[in-house]
Design a protein around this ligand. Structure first.
Ligand code: ADP
Ligand code: TZD
Ligand code: MG
Length: 596
């Protein structure tokens, strides 16, 4: 551990709070940090870099938080991000809460202005009682007032972030603590690494047997794989159970690739029918939240019974009765499930498998055609059809995806083949996570990343293309530009001459942004261009940007979740809500003329 120069006692070297916190992080294997510096954390970040932590300086704390969250999801160990006091801290709260909602382990460390003045509301620079403010936004909020407590504080944070359902943890680092000193040898001696932060949680054998018995009695059993299953890093155990039983499965979006999307047991293309006809559903690391219609209603077979494997007992019965809860970590649980297979005859009925296969073939034929049919300008389907072709040849590229139609259509069209290779808007459907996730994924894995954004989604966090260029990361950003939130042809209902609340610039050349920072920009207007430019961009392993020109008529309001609008969106958009435009791409420019 590095020490500061002893100024007062020549014979007893001292260390300070900043050095000691860095040493405690390193001792626990934390060797990366994302953040934005300023008073009082600037030196802390420089010391971290000097001592061997890779520090990724970013442009906004929310993006730093998302980068750390991506690292947490991909590795199962907490990603760490750093902010300054009050405003930087507040910027960090959104990703901290998002990570907690998603179940990604993250630690946010913020500098905090002198508490003695903050607590008396004396008007301190960036003064805020940050520990208290953070409480509702994370699993736990700690403040380390005395540097002697740093090893304990770091240990508490790591264990809290990783154990049970993973999530966000906050550590407040008052400026007074950063500047404290203590005897360096005593500090070194007190350092320790957390002993197995995510201990195995073994389910009861009774619950495992009850689950296997229920599956054995089922005719139409279905497995749902959620992002908890991807996070658990027991890919082989899960693959083996799915293949040995032959049970059809449905991947939630971030579990895509846990089994390759072209696996014949996947029900991705017949989701609705599978849900309406399954009689027993095994949930592996997937919550019965809004994404699964809370496990009830017209989307589900009325007599369906659920088996739910989860590490968090309070998740059981959250929205309906669960016939068979299995509380444990997925790795330990799947081991017992696989061992138990010798005692139970579990399989799906042939009639059901045939029914699902027929529906899959029908839907694939109908949907596949839309992804291959060229139009001018392009739409989400054919642009993403071209992306799919490239990704089918590049299985190890990590895909980041945000937007509305851009998200929903990409999830359906672009197949994944490897576990933990897809990150997206997650449980809360958040825009502005993409560039942070892409940077976190590239830094964590060193792999190439394709980051696909709607034009609105990209606008939230687009400045991070500069970070990608500064660190020369192998990220290809892609914007599907349909000129707006959901689409770009909504009318100005006030007739004020202003753009509608949903309208953005359909002719914007987003690719120019990366050129400003030394990256390579591409502008694609045809399927062939999308395919060839993406192939070239990924092969370069350098920061690139492909702006794909879509029609402003491409997309539907709210993507696939329009039923969540309090006032129903009726059918396809009516012409009274849309501007009737003719469009064509001439010399690389979208040209629009009023049709009427
Ligand atoms: P999805 O959105 O993909 O359906 P969710 O985020 O809703 O997934 O659900 C993930 C679930 O997985 C959470 O309830 C979480 O508690 C659980 N989980 C996360 N990690 C583990 C693990 N290692 N073992 C068991 N359950 C886990
Ligand atoms: N702000 C935040 C942080 N998250 C959100 N989800 C939204 C606003 C609301 N919102 C959506 O739910 S999707 C979306 C917004 C603004 C953008 C959709 O437009 P897009 O994608 O251009 O990104 P498509 O392809 O045009 O649908
Ligand atoms: Mg858009």
């Amino acid at each position: 551990m590095a020490t500061t120069t002893a100024t007062t006692q020549a014979t007893a070297p001292l260390t300070d709070g900043a050095h000691y916190l860095v040493a405690a992080l390193l001792k626990n294997g934390i060797d990366k940090m994302y953040g934005v510096v300023g008073i009082p954390v600037t030196d802390f970040a420089r010391i971290a870099q000097a001592e061997g932590i890779r520090y990724i300086g970013m442009r906004h704390e929310a993006d730093a938080g998302n980068a750390a969250a991506a690292q947490g999801f991909l590795t199962g160990k907490p990603g760490v991000f750093l902010t300054v006091s009050a405003p930087g801290f507040l910027n960090g709260l959104a990703p901290l809460k998002e990570a907690t909602e998603n179940g990604f382990p993250v630690i946010m460390i913020s500098g905090e202005s002198s508490r003695s003045t903050v607590d008396l509301y004396e008007g301190q620079y960036e003064g805020l009682d940050q520990r208290a403010y953070a409480v509702p936004f994370c699993k736990a909020s700690y403040r380390i007032d005395n540097m002697e407590d740093i090893p304990l504080g770091v240990a508490r944070a790591i264990r809290t972030a990783c154990s049970g359902r993973p999530g966000g943890v906050y550590i407040s680092m008052p400026d007074t603590m950063i500047g404290q000193t203590m005897n360096a040898a005593a500090a070194e001696a007190a350092l320790y690494a957390v002993n197995d932060p995510a201990l195995a949680m073994i389910p009861s054998q009774e619950s495992v047997d009850a689950a296997l018995q229920l599956l054995a009695n089922a005719k139409n059993p279905l497995i749902f794989l959620g992002k908890g299953a991807a996070y658990a890093q027991c890919d082989e155990e899960i693959q083996s159970f799915v293949h040995k039983t032959g049970i059809p499965y449905q991947p939630m979006s971030m579990a895509k690739g846990l089994l390759p999307d072209d696996d014949p047991q996947s029900t991705a293309s017949c989701r609705g029918l599978a849900m309406r006809t399954a009689d027993v559903v095994l949930l592996i690391g997937a919550r019965l939240n809004w994404m699964l219609n809370f496990g009830k209603g017209k989307h589900w077979n009325q007599d369906v019974k659920f088996i739910q494997i989860d590490i968090d007992p309070t998740e059981i019965d959250n929205s309906r009765y669960i016939e068979c809860p299995v509380i444990g970590d997925i790795k330990s649980t799947m081991k017992l499930f696989n061992e138990g297979l010798s005692k139970y005859d579990i399989h799906a009925s042939k009639e059901w498998i045939d029914l699902l296969a027929q529906d899959t073939a029908k839907n694939n034929a109908r949907f596949g055609a839309k992804t291959q049919e060229e139009t001018q300008p392009l739409n989400h389907y054919n642009a993403l059809g071209a992306v799919k072709k490239v990704m089918d040849k590049n299985h190890d590229v990590i895909l980041v995806n945000e937007g509305a139609n851009t998200l929903d259509d990409c999830r359906d069209i672009v197949d994944m083949y490897l576990p933990r290779h897809r990150l997206d808007c997650g449980t809360w459907g958040v825009m502005g996570v993409g560039t942070g996730y892409a940077i976190g994924a590239a830094v964590t894995t060193g792999k190439s990343v394709l980051s696909i954004h709607g034009d609105s989604a990209f606008g939230f966090d687009g400045m991070e293309v500069e970070t990608a260029c500064r660190f020369n990361l192998p990220i290809t950003f892609m914007v599907l530009n349909n000129g707006g939130i959901y689409r770009g042809d909504f009318e100005d209902l006030g007739k004020s001459g202003d753009p509608s609340p949903l309208t953005l610039d359909a002719t914007a050349h987003y690719e120019k942004m990366i050129e400003a920072f030394g990256g390579t920009g591409y502008f694609a207007t045809t399927m062939d261009e999308v395919e060839s430019m993406l192939t070239e961009a990924l092969a370069s392993k350098k920061p690139c940007f492909i702006n794909v020109q879509l029609s402003v008529h491409a997309g539907v309001e709210s993507g696939h979740i329009s039923d969540l609008n309090p006032i129903p969106v009726v059918g396809p958009l009516s012409h009274s809500e849309c501007v009737d435009l003719n469009e064509e791409v001439v010399d690389g420019k979208l040209v629009q003329t009023q049709a009427k």
